[in-house]
Write a protein that binds this ligand. Structure first.
Ligand code: SAH
Length: 364
């Protein structure tokens, strides 16, 4: 029996790979541009609607390819306008994608993995374990679906102005699919976002930061959460492998290469853990030499956690110390709390391979 050919999801292909695909089909590479525009400018997934392709080419495409975004399993609207979607990929896997509207911008927060393997102790995604990496199409497909649901470019104004890879997962642990998805966000044939409007957030995978610097132009955010290694390992176990000094070296190299670019450091304030005035002063010393902005995030509690959010007075004191020390620091407003869409609350549906295997090990 003839072996059935595997179907290609064209959403997995950024421009370069789309061109190779059309060459492989024996077609002119400019077909790649036409198809990219159909998918990302027109929102079309049905080859029959691609009227500038010949009937024969459309039939050829149908035989080997599909255009398959994730499925929207549910949509929740918060009283403050935040929207949260559960996006499914089949096989029981799903992630969350969140849209946060503000007066002068709209930020889309997308996921890069089903679950996360890093186990940061204050993050509910980490507590659920890890199942698998997302493919390029499953990442860019979240943007595609959100853009469609929001009427992104209706009436000539763009509703999504910024994209942040701050949902579920560690983007640098899923490097190639993430970079390809970013290239589709940036490409004018895709969504056409400027580099400074797409932010990748990492827990501090140092080799990944170095590789990113050499691969694609994108804004970088680093989840720091503590000014010293002793405190940071308790929150971000990855710090054992890549301590703060190495992380700072990678951040300095990142900004020096990108010239005017700054790194955004995220710092989740947790009661009695990392919010002491001495820690604020240490942070000033640490960040003085890196062109950066500091984003202070009040800790968002989730079921089962023993951590508490710092009281408002301590958050303000922390902010005032770092600002007097010369840092630019903002406190992130918590959004979408009523629909569990705030930072670190994203859950999706994780068939936890890591935890199951650990439980197995513990039982035997
Ligand atoms: N893995 C990446 C991106 C996902 S987390 C990273 O670590 O950066 C996105 C941001 O939310 C990170 O700064 C993370 O530390 C923060 N975060 C996670 N759980 C949180 C919680 N419960 N409260 C507040 N911020 C949280």
């Amino acid at each position: 029996m003839k072996r059935e050919q595997e179907t290609v999801n064209l959403m997995d292909l950024e421009e370069g790979r789309m061109r190779s695909f059309f060459e492989w089909l024996g077609e002119k590479p400019f077909r790649a541009q036409q198809v990219l525009k159909w998918i990302y400018h027109q929102g079309v997934t049905d080859f029959d609607e691609m009227t500038n392709l010949s009937l024969a080419l459309r039939e050829k495409l149908k035989a080997v390819a599909v255009i398959e975004p994730p499925r929207i399993l549910s949509e929740q609207q918060s009283a403050d306008g935040t929207v949260k979607w559960l996006m499914g990929f089949g096989g029981g896997n799903a992630v969350e994608t969140v849209f946060i509207p503000e007066p002068n911008r709209g930020t889309l927060c997308i996921s890069s993995q089903v679950g996360c393997a890093l186990n940061c102790t204050f993050c509910s995604t980490g507590a659920q374990g890890f199942n698998r990496n997302l493919e390029t199409g499953e990442i860019i497909g979240q943007v595609w679906q959100a853009a469609r649901a929001l009427g992104h470019e209706r009436n000539g104004t763009r509703r999504i102005t910024n994209i942040v890879l701050m949902g579920m997962g560690e983007p640098l642990a899923n490097f190639n699919p993430v970079v390809r998805a970013i290239s589709l966000m940036r490409n004018d044939l895709g969504f056409g976002f400027a580099a400074k409007r797409v932010t990748l957030s990492t827990a501090g995978l140092v080799p990944g930061i170095d590789r990113l610097r050499e691969t694609i132009d994108v804004a970088l955010a680093v989840s720091l959460h503590a000014p010293d290694d002793e405190t940071r390992v308790k929150l971000v176990p990855l710090n054992r492998k890549y301590p703060i000094s190495e992380l700072m070296r990678a951040c300095r190299d990142f900004v020096s290469e990108k010239h005017k670019r700054t790194v955004t450091f995220e710092y989740t304030l947790i009661d009695g853990v990392n919010d002491h005035p001495d820690q604020a002063r240490k942070l000033v010393k640490l960040l003085r030499r890196v062109p950066s902005k500091l984003n202070l995030i009040p800790f968002n509690p989730f079921p089962g956690t023993e951590y508490r959010c710092s009281p408002d007075s301590r958050i303000l004191e922390f902010q005032s110390i770092v600002m007097k020390g010369g840092l630019i620091a903002t406190v992130r407003k918590t959004r979408g709390e009523d629909i569990d869409a705030a930072c670190g609350q994203l859950v999706g549906k994780v068939l936890d391979r890591t935890r199951r295997s650990r439980t197995l090990r513990e039982q035997t």
